[in-house]
Design a protein around this ligand. Sequence first.
Ligand code: 5GP
Ligand code: MN
Length: 315
Amino acid sequence: MNEIELKLQKAIDAANSVVVAGHVNPDGDAIGACLAMAACLDKVGKDVVVLLEDYDSKYDVIPGRHYIYQGDYDALTPDLFISLDASTPDRLGKAADVMKRAKATALFDHHLNNSIEADIRIVDTSASSTAIMVYSYIDRRIVIDADIGAAIYAGLIYDTGGFRHRTTTPETLEVAAKLMRAGVQFSKVYSSILFEKSRDKTPLFARALSRVAYAEPEIAYTYITREDMEELRAVGYPDGVVDYMINTNGVNTAVYALQKEEGTEMSLRSRVVNVGELAAKLGGGGHKAAAGFTVKDAPPEAVEMIVKKLQAEQS
Ligand code: 5GP
Ligand code: MN
């Protein structure tokens, strides 16, 4: 164990109550990392709850939803707060205030430019997921069962796009093999999280794709407005729009804008521009090849703004 790992071990040993939290609009990595960490801490006798916003039912294949706290956040003053997969305080949403009140704080993250303050900071921008970072801790602490394994596996596959992205390493696959040996129903987890489509969201997905436009050099962009949502009586937001676009031939950068009440959420993907750095300049963040941010402007103006910036980066 290195110095930081030892410090974490001591902080966990000293704590009775632990709050584990992931980023807003949680994805497979945030959910998987949080639920795996919570189950591990539960096994070693901690009083643990998880703070995560509501998430899509496809993630119910990840065991441990019962750890998610439904009560009043103001009532939480934990001995230890662990932030997972969040890179900026605002990404923690309401949980950021609980972090401020905690007696001790720790974080695990793999995003660029992590700016969350904590007593123990474990940041590895080369890690393919936060779940694999959490795995290192859990594997030292307990024997990983099929349920905890499934939660870690969910994070691994989500953030590597099913072991496709360049962030995938031999270690990622070695950990996946260990999880398979622990009895994880890998095929079920993989298809639920990465392939399952929702009938309700298909019309909106089609709307987004029908509006895809292209700009030089090799940029594809599209958007969904609140009017689209109303017109199509959509109940949720479709996944995979930006991934569809980046996997289109002749496209090396993709922009997907989703207008919500609070603002327009932008999803960026690129093989040629460091979109993590660009998003950070615009108040968001992420990784080199996948990033996001939110703006007040509505589409299509919001999209035009970012397309211009992406073009300027490549001129
Ligand atoms: P996605 O496009 O899948 O929503 O996000 C891609 C990546 O960018 C993820 O790693 C996500 O955590 C990060 N990201 C997306 N939106 C934001 C944002 O508003 N702020 C920050 N800091 N990161 C974001
Ligand atoms: Mn992640």
